[in-house]
Design a protein around this ligand. Structure first.
Ligand code: XIL
Length: 413
């Protein structure tokens, strides 16, 4: 009880009462001067309330411990869900915004002196269907297909989620959708102007596989390929000082990475204000190795933009070893089959290799964000992909990440 109380006080005043390795080393101190080390948080932590997405229930004692890990270890945060369109703008119109959890996220970060990221403005996932609805009959639709159109949102567990095809039926015109996008971006970015320093403006616009450059999302179908440029222009208008990021997954895959390079070069040629590359880095214990990640970063650097590792986790489940997709839709498959043998050691080796690569490229890598506080709350929790276990104990992977920084320092002395 006393321990819980002192942790609570520590969490409330944001001091580092809970060192999480034997030596008391922390991630933010180990990487100071190189890059921010951050973590995605949910409203459990921002609001101290036992509610969040994905049926993850943390009790008060767990939330207090989770919060102590966040404030002790990290100097940057990202909102795992609460700034997504579905959460912050669930219904149409000026009264359709819900700011409570997002405001709490920003307050939490500011009171703990953390670098704040906003995630995400324009995405095919977790976007309510009202955004795309209108009066224009899409080509090829029939009354029957419209009657069968899903209602509600493309939230997890409902049809179409994660693929961007959850929407059908009469749709908005290009002008209507651009206006909704502009209103959303101006309202959300404007509200946190000067506080949220980095925005994921467009998320996951690239097509997986095939030869199409862009994912066939409702954004692309209704507006056309320039929806990406427009989103960046609106965000830049709303906060000219914010760092505007393009964020995507599976950039470890050479073909997808080449698509990213093509997209960003074309945006740069049009003087679109894209200012950083977000590489989600949802990877697995089998790849990428140090050498592979080194090559990924070398390629990305040809764009001349800062690189942010935005959603790092390393899947230790057997199902995640051959499938390298970071797509939300493939999440269930990639976390099946139980853990690989010797999972803790393999995880530590994988994290060590990745952080060695980030260190080698620290003239470009400016932010490294872990996608979740611990294995108990991770979206891939069956794959035990993070640095802390479900009880907030540091794992061997945590020590490996700390050691990677220390070894490097010893070398450069
Ligand atoms: C995930 C969250 O972690 C889950 O809680 C939620 O149910 C689905 O979305 N790419 C992204 C993130 O950009 O927003 C996704 O986050 C993971 C993949």
């Amino acid at each position: 009880m006393l321990v819980a109380a002192s942790l609570l006080i520590g969490a409330l005043i944001g001091c580092e009462t809970a060192p999480h390795s034997n030596s008391g080393a922390t991630l933010k101190a180990a990487y100071k001067g190189r890059f921010y080390v951050g973590v995605a948080i949910n409203r459990t932590i921002a609001m101290g309330a036992a509610v969040r997405a994905d049926n993850v229930n943390r009790n008060t004692e767990q939330i207090i411990k989770d919060t102590a890990v966040v404030t002790a270890q990290y100097n940057q945060i990202s909102p795992e869900n609460d700034l997504k369109w579905q959460m912050i703008h669930p219904s149409e119109g000026a009264s359709g915004y819900v700011f409570g959890p997002a405001d709490a996220y920003v307050d939490f970060g500011e009171s703990n002196h953390m670098y704040l990221v906003g995630h995400t403005l324009v995405w095919h996932g977790q976007t309510p269907n009202w955004v795309f609805r209108g009066t224009n009959m899409p080509p090829g639709e029939t009354n029957a297909s419209i009657a069968a159109a899903p209602v509600g949102t493309n939230a997890p567990g409902t049809r179409g989620y994660g693929r961007g095809f959850g929407f059908s039926g009469p749709r908005a015109s290009r002008e209507e959708l651009l206006e909704r996008m502009r209103d959303h971006i101006h309202t959300v970015v404007g509200r946190y102007k000067g506080k949220i320093k980095v925005w994921d403006v467009v998320n996951e616009a690239l097509a997986d596989g095939g030869t199409n450059l862009l994912r066939n999302s409702p954004w692309l179908q209704i507006i056309g390929p320039d929806y990406i440029a427009k989103a960046f222009e609106y965000a830049h208008e709303a906060d000219p000082d914010a760092i505007l990021r393009y964020n995507d997954y599976s950039l470890e895959n050479a073909a997808k990475r080449q698509k990213l390079i093509t997209l960003i070069k074309s945006l740069q040629a049009q003087h679109v204000p894209v200012m950083a590359i977000g590489s989600q880095t949802h990877v697995s214990v089998s790849s990428p190795s140090f050498e592979q990640e080194d090559a990924v970063l070398t390629d990305l650097e040809t764009l001349g933009l800062p690189i942010h590792i935005t959603e790092l986790d390393v899947n230790g489940a057997q199902g995640g070893q051959s499938n390298t997709s970071g797509d939300v839709a493939s999440n269930a498959a990639t976390t099946q089959g139980g853990l690989v043998t010797d999972a803790d050691r393999k995880l530590a080796d994988a994290y060590a290799g990745l952080f060695r690569a980030f260190i080698k490229h620290d003239h470009y890598v400016k932010v490294v964000t872990l996608w979740g506080v611990n294995d108990g709350v991770s979206w891939r929790r069956r794959g035990h992909p993070l640095l802390f276990d479900a009880a907030d104990n540091p794992k061997p992977a945590f020590d490996a990440v700390i050691r990677a920084a220390t070894k490097q320092e010893a070398k450069s002395r």
